[in-house]
Write a protein that binds this ligand. Structure first.
Ligand SMILES: [Zn+2]
Length: 488
């Protein structure tokens, strides 16, 4: 018989209080975890295979841990990394600049202590070459100032005003870089999504420049589009180099630094961003209903050290290739974009690729004919990108898409860890994208062996024969598998 005295009840009472405190603390911790991160921790399993020194996956919303203690931040960064997902520190300007710097350094310390790469994003700092002020606008022969509103309604200005903004924007980047250096932390990777700002040649840009007295004075060959493109792209590259690549590389010479959609290429671009549209009046190549655009070789002029192509299921792509099955319409275009970057990027330059599965930027009332790419075809695409030399995968998506996007990406990434040695040291051999819808093969060579992926879009269970590095290989039908062959 227990007597209900304080002496007897003290221990259980105190234990109960401790438990309640822990539950409460845990609950408030859970509430503080940003929703996008919580879904990844809840839904993604830890990796099954050893990651070795392969880079993590990056999801372009995963980064803000500012409400959390050092210990909680460390736990989250570590748990994300166990699932193959990295954390990005998003640098902010204006009145958030100082706190963003402190937070970036705090996260960098945690990442370094965990043996992880320090990854930052400078997009917010880079914007503002066209700052919306009349001083940045074009000027016509009557002296009237005007902006170009054909880029998603932004006030795009005159390319011959941007030089005045270089010191302002460069100083923002320099301040962050200096803060990291002073704190004794590294910057291993710097990314940016700098898009609708600064000189761009598409949409109404050429027409607006032809009406501007300042542009006409600076561009004697303004009536030649290719020459207009070359000057504007070269100016754009110089901005990236002077305000972004150079200041970061000065303090961190080993940094992998990149910007969205800037990558070596074959002189053509096979996709349009959401704010761009086909212009049949300009030089182009036609492929079924697709119009491919000439592109300037900007990469080397930017000083960037990592290429960043974009393989998205842009809504209009579906109607470009009526000769193909729904899946091959998406796959053909995305592999064409990815192969172009892979084939033309020198081997010392890593390729960090933005990918997105859900149909991208559909109109308000999407046409029911436009079929979502299947999960299977998307995952096959990811395999072919890896076997063609893409090194890192970056996911951009809407909030509500994050679970499925990251599950699809993580499954392929996890399985691909088994082939780390191939993906790190192998030589990709095939960049061809069949115009005839049938089977697609990618192959990567390591010493005398070759790792092959075969994906069939038309039913064909027979072996196919492919010339791989001068050797005719008979590749059996093995859907969803990588196959290894000897080249001897
Ligand atoms: Zn102008």
């Amino acid at each position: 018989m227990i007597e209900y005295t304080w002496e007897n009840l003290r221990r259980p009472f105190l234990l109960l209080m401790i438990c309640m405190f822990c539950l409460k603390a845990n609950e408030s911790f859970a509430q503080k975890i940003p929703a996008n991160i919580k879904v990844l921790l809840d839904e993604l399993p830890p990796l099954h295979f050893d990651r070795g020194d392969r880079e993590l996956l990056y999801q372009y919303s995963v980064g803000d841990l500012s409400g959390l203690s050092d210990e909680d931040s460390r736990n989250i960064i570590r748990e994300l990394a166990r699932r193959g997902v990295g954390t990005i520190s998003f640098w902010r300007k204006g009145d958030k600049m100082e706190s963003s710097m402190e937070e970036g350094v705090r996260i960098a310390r945690i990442q370094q202590a965990l043996g992880l790469k320090v990854v930052v994003d400078a997009s917010d700092l880079l914007y503002g070459f066209y700052d919306g002020s009349p001083a940045s606008f074009h000027v016509d022969h009557k002296g009237i100032l005007y902006a170009d509103s054909s880029f998603d309604g932004q006030k795009m200005g005159c390319p011959f005003t941007v030089h005045k903004r270089i010191p302002v924007i460069r100083s923002r980047i320099a301040a962050f870089v200096e803060a990291y250096k002073a704190a004794g932390v590294n910057i291993d990777m710097a990314t940016a999504d700098w898009e609708i700002d600064g000189p761009i040649e598409w949409n109404d840009a050429w027409a607006n420049a032809k009406n501007c007295v300042r542009c006409r004075k600076n561009l004697p060959d303004i009536n030649n589009f290719k020459s207009f493109q070359a000057v504007l792209r070269s100016m754009r590259s110089k901005l990236l180099r002077e305000v972004y690549a150079n200041p970061v590389k000065e303090k961190f010479p080993e940094v992998l630094i990149t910007n969205y959609a800037v990558y070596p290429n074959d002189g053509w671009r096979y996709w349009y961003d959401y704010f761009e549209y086909p212009q049949p009046e300009l030089p182009h190549i036609k492929d079924q209903q697709a119009l491919y655009r000439p592109w300037y070789q900007e990469f080397t002029e930017t000083g960037l050290t990592m290429a960043m192509p974009v393989m998205y299921t842009w809504y209009p792509t579906y109607d470009w290739y009526p000769a193909y099955s729904p899946d091959y319409r998406w796959f053909y275009n995305m592999l064409k974009v990815g192969s172009n970057a892979a084939e033309h990027t020198p081997s010392g330059i890593p390729i960090a690729s933005f990918v997105h599965w859900h149909t991208t930027v559909p109109p308000e009332n999407p046409d029911k004919r436009v079929q979502q790419m299947s999960r299977g075809a998307y995952q096959e695409l990811l395999w072919h990108l890896l076997l063609r030399g893409h090194d890192l995968l970056f996911s951009w998506c809407l909030k509500e898409e994050i679970r499925e996007e990251m599950q699809l990406l993580q499954e392929v990434y996890d399985q691909s860890l088994r082939y780390n040695e191939w993906l790190k040291n192998g030589q990709p051999l095939i960049f061809d994208v069949p115009k005839e819808e049938s089977s697609v093969v990618s192959a990567i060579r390591l010493n005398n062996k070759v790792l092959v992926r075969r994906t069939d879009f038309k039913i064909n269970k027979k072996p196919i024969v492919v010339n791989v590095d001068g050797v005719y290989l008979k590749i059996p039908y093995k859907p969803g598998e990588c196959q290894v062959f000897s080249l001897e």
